[in-house]
Design a protein around this ligand. Sequence first.
Ligand SMILES: [Zn+2]
Length: 120
Amino acid sequence: MPKTRAINTAPPSGVCPPWCTAIDHLNDAVHQGAPIALTAPGDETGAYDDGEPYALLWAALVCNEGQPTRVYLDALGDASGGGTRLDVAGVDAVLADLRLYADRLQQMRDHLAQITEGEQ
Ligand SMILES: [Zn+2]
């Protein structure tokens, strides 16, 4: 059986891939695409972040030079640094969980609408 050889598709050092939206990172070998975030409504008591909405499920394409491109997903927002680099199968698993969550939240919303119908 012939040996396969990995093909390095990473851009040459100092050159950003077309999807990189990071600015001014000449000395930083981490490329990053435009991020997305699911924003949670603020804490109704105001005890957390003064009740302001806060980012959850922060995600962006990332590529550390010499490593494969991945989706970096951080369930604690954009400042945690405790996220995970996911390949396509990993993103598919998260998407499946999110779809299930959205379906269940929709059911909960519909139930709420039924039991609170007529309330102000
Ligand atoms: Zn870049």
